[in-house]
Design a protein around this ligand. Structure first.
Ligand SMILES: NC(=O)c1ccc[n+]([C@@H]2O[C@H](COP(=O)([O-])OP(=O)(O)OC[C@H]3O[C@@H](n4cnc5c(N)ncnc54)[C@H](OP(=O)(O)O)[C@@H]3O)[C@@H](O)[C@H]2O)c1
Length: 270
């Protein structure tokens, strides 16, 4: 029997899409997350999840920008290789020191590696942290003129699926972005137009943002991470487009307008 492909974070924004694509190709898959007994915070749970897999897609939680990420990726990759799971595909982020260190550790692990280094996901607006604000018709963030080439999770999943099923992608680092730079205000405006909802956008101070997260009872470590992502990483360092989707798949990435229209048509912001 064919060995399964392991999807760490298989119910998440990208993992669920990778699972759909692999199943459509007739591949055996295995999920790993807390609901299956795998926990990033408890290394004793890792071996049982990994053993017997043919390959693994790794999404870290809460974020590869978190302080402990490089050590965890290092340990997981080495464990996987020692258990005979050599083909490893890592989802990474751009302009984040811990994420880039995690990539290095994966590459040094002896695995047959592929890194998919992604910009901010479109799906943060309907499946992630920003969705509740859009439903409340008021998005307040500590960003103003900085722009980001938001990428669609469907494009990421296509690249990851190709990487897991085609040896041509071994040893490739695909930096993937959408086709267009947008400010957060422009992105919210597009969502408003596509969904027919008035959604206001305000720039707030870092302190107000942090205070709002605390008031909303976001756990302290997650709040700290979100503050870092908005105030440190969104400083203009990622304001450029890359050709990772084109290079991996031979086609252009999806535009934000198409994402907003199809998410609105599905009722994402109702
Ligand atoms: N969002 C972005 O814009 C962006 C951009 C670039 C890179 N990234 C990277 O994307 C990765 C996240 O991928 P994603 O957005 O596809 O996933 P996701 O939607 O954040 O969810 C992944 C899954 O993680 C699981 N999880 C939560 N806590 C866990 C734990 N302690 N141990 C094991 N699993 C746990 C959850 O399932 P259970 O509840 O079953 O545990 C959840 O379904 C991060 O590493 C981040 O650095 C994100």
């Amino acid at each position: 029997m064919e060995k399964p492909i392991l999807i760490i974070g298989g119910k998440g924004k990208t993992g669920s899409r990778v699972a759909e694509r692999l199943q459509a190709k007739g591949k055996e898959i295995r999920f790993a997350s807390r609901s299956t007994g795998f926990d990033w915070t408890d290394r004793n749970t890792w071996a049982a999840a990994i053993e017997g897999a043919a390959a693994a897609y790794i999404t870290y939680y809460p974020d590869l920008a978190a302080k402990g990420a490089p050590d965890d990726i290092d340990a997981l990759a080495k464990l996987a290789v020692s258990l005979g799971v050599k083909r490893l595909v890592l989802l990474s982020g751009r302009g984040e020191p811990e994420a880039q260190e995690s990539e290095k550790r994966l590459i040094a692990s002896g695995a047959e590696w592929t890194v998919v280094r992604a910009s901010w996901f479109n799906q943060n607006f309907d499946e992630g942290q920003l969705a509740p604000m859009i439903l409340d018709r008021e998005v307040a963030l500590p960003v103003s003129s900085v722009s980001e080439p938001f990428i669609d999770a469907d494009d990421i999943a296509d690249v990851v699926t190709a990487a897991l099923t085609d040896t041509r992608h071994i040893g490739e680092l695909y930096e993937v972005t959408g086709p267009r730079l947008l400010t957060f205000a422009e992105a919210i405006n597009e969502i408003g137009r596509a969904s027919g909802r008035e959604v206001a956008f305000h720039t707030i101070s870092n302190g107000e943002f942090e205070g709002g997260l605390t008031a909303a009872q976001v756990p302290a470590d997650l709040a700290e991470l979100l503050v870092e992502l908005f105030t440190v990483v969104l400083d203009g360092r990622n304001e450029y487009l890359t050709d990772g989707v084109q290079r991996a798949l031979g086609r252009a990435p999806k535009d934000f307008t198409d994402y907003a229209r199809s998410a609105a048509a599905r009722g994402a912001w109702k």
